[in-house]
Write a protein that binds this ligand. Structure first.
Ligand SMILES: C[S@@+](CC[C@H](N)C(=O)[O-])C[C@H]1O[C@@H](n2cnc3c(N)ncnc32)[C@H](O)[C@@H]1O
Length: 506
């Protein structure tokens, strides 16, 4: 068993009240309803003060509207999370168990329906018909030859899940959720060139509900397979089983002829996530504290956009950047920097190294010893043995007592009460903030469905790559075994999605 779990001896209830009392309080309908009410009151008052209306579910999403801007206010986000968590917990509590479980068991149809709606361009067709359109016209204008009667059933299931609105029998219009999938391209342009569809959230829906959805269907068989169930190898995943990949990882399969669109679609989805990620680079480790000429090595850095973010934020810091990735990616990285910061290339403030992070680090005397190894959105792709190998190579190249390791990745909160979590043996600054803070009773301590994406994302890693979005104890164990000790954690984003870990050499 190679994946880290807490030892059995630590599993004791540590609450100040009995489990029965905790459990009773947790299910209290009235408290949940009051929390919903109080959150909605606060949200309402923010909107009244700003003389705005809360965006209607029935209107298209408008990212430029003042109401959507107000909704990004962190104080409001907190109340929205509370309301979502309380609503979900109230439904789970009040609904008949069979109804809740039937919804959970059958809900695999929702992603399948969503992907079909994306594939037949429903959102783009409806953009020009704000009042709604009959499904026969939607099917025809979408240009993919789908049977309108079948499409109507798909759209009705989605409308019942609040994506699209059925305004009259078989007549549908976009709403705030469906229009979020709008590529802003014309149907004609998409039909002429399918790559036009790779914009915004649509490629994520398409990719997740193609490869990952099909892979997830084989999770049980894969985990119970006596040969590979305990393997962490990227060739032994549910996706590999679903697509009949013979001893190949997802990465190798993506690069095979015939998968060109899949590879582009993955890059488009990953790019969207990366672009949403700039704040987390700057909020945590103090880049400005590094002395001039300090070398930051961006390992698996892609085009090095994170290094550019640091350079742009601290233009006078005189930091040196080494961007490392697979050879082919480096050509793209050079082009990216040539157009974004040509002076950095001329002054040799940035250099590019084709490097496989499973091999020992190339130690380049030209740019001096590394002050920081930076690993952003890398470790979650790998199970323990491979993640450990990457970290061990960095440790071997680090200067003991000097080089820092900065990891940007997800740090997953537990779903149990904070009082049940054993104290960490080594003090880690910020560790307590990994669990959501100030969660009002009786909500699930990780805010339940308000943070569900965190746990679904972790399972995506499992299904696709035998990877893992780790808890803090799993990170501690992984890093300690590779010669690194965590000093500080900056828990960030919803569900710890965008967190930073700072470690030193042991
Ligand atoms: C999820 S992306 C993260 C990119 C970037 N660090 C970021 O935060 O956006 C993973 C990166 O790892 C690179 N990669 C995958 N396998 C690699 C290997 N064996 N050696 C070096 N880089 C690798 C990929 O090319 C890709 O750029």
């Amino acid at each position: 068993m190679s994946t880290r779990v807490t030892s059995r001896s630590k599993f004791i209830w540590r609450g100040t009240e009995s489990w029965a009392q905790f459990s009773q309080r947790w299910s209290c309908l009235r408290q949940l309803a009051d929390l919903i009410s109080a959150s909605v009151d606060t949200i309402d008052s923010h909107f009244s003060r700003n003389d705005l209306n809360f965006p209607s579910l029935n209107d298209p999403f408008n990212p430029a509207s003042p109401a959507e801007a107000l909704l990004r206010n962190p104080d409001l986000v907190k109340h929205i999370m509370t309301a979502v968590s309380a609503c979900s917990q109230l439904i789970a509590t009040i609904n008949m168990p069979m109804s809740s479980l039937a919804d959970a068991a059958f809900s695999f149809h929702i992603p399948a329906a969503l992907r079909t709606a994306v594939a037949v361009n429903v959102v783009e067709v409806l953009r020009d018909h704000p009042e709604g359109l009959h499904v026969k016209d939607i099917a025809e204008k979408g240009g993919r030859g789908i049977d309108p009667a079948k499409l109507a059933r798909i759209l009705r299931a989605l409308a019942t899940n609040y994506v699209f609105t059925e305004t009259a029998p078989e007549t549908f219009k976009n709403n705030r959720l469906s229009s979020f999938l709008d590529t802003r391209k014309s149907v004609a342009a998409i039909l002429a060139k399918p790559e036009e569809k790779l914009s915004g959230f649509a490629p994520i829906v398409d990719q997740v509900n193609d490869e990952l959805f099909k892979g997830a269907a084989y999770l049980t068989e894969t985990l119970l397979d006596p040969q590979i169930g305990h393997s962490d190898a990227q060739e032994h995943t549910s996706i590999a089983r679903a697509f009949g990949l013979q001893n190949k990882s997802l990465w190798e399969w993506y690069e095979e002829p015939g998968n060109e669109f899949r590879l582009k679609r993955f890059a488009a989805g990953a790019g969207g996530v990366a672009r949403a990620n700039t704040d987390v680079i700057l909020s945590g480790f103090e880049w400005a504290s590094l002395p001039p000429d300090s070398v930051i090595v961006d390992v698996g850095g892609g085009q090095g956009h994170n290094m550019l973010t640091i350079r742009e934020k601290f233009p006078d810091s005189k930091l040196k950047f080494v961007v490392q990735d697979r050879g082919g990616v480096m050509e793209e990285a050079k082009k990216f920097w040539k157009s974004s910061a040509p002076d950095a290339i001329e002054n040799e403030d940035v250099v590019f190294e084709g490097h496989n992070f499973f091999e020992p680090q190339p130690l380049q005397p030209s740019h001096g010893p590394p002050s920081v190894f930076f690993l952003s959105m890398i470790l979650h792709d790998y199970g323990r043995p491979l993640a450990g190998k990457i970290l061990r190579h960095l440790r071997d190249a680090a200067v003991t007592g000097e080089t820092k390791l900065v990891i940007v990745d997800q740090v997953v909160p537990y779903a149990c009460p904070p009082t049940a979590i054993p104290p960490y043996e080594i003090p880690i600054q910020g560790a307590e903030k990994v669990q959501p803070q100030g969660v009002p009773s009786p909500l699930l301590p990780n805010l339940g469905k308000a943070n569900l994406f965190t746990y679904l994302g972790d399972l995506c890693m499992l299904v696709a790559l035998n990877g893992e979005a780790r808890t803090l104890p799993a990170y501690i164990e992984l890093l300690e075994a590779s010669g690194w000790r965590i000093e500080e954690v900056f828990a960030g984003g919803v569900g710890g999605l965008h967190s930073q870990i700072v470690a030193r050499t042991i």
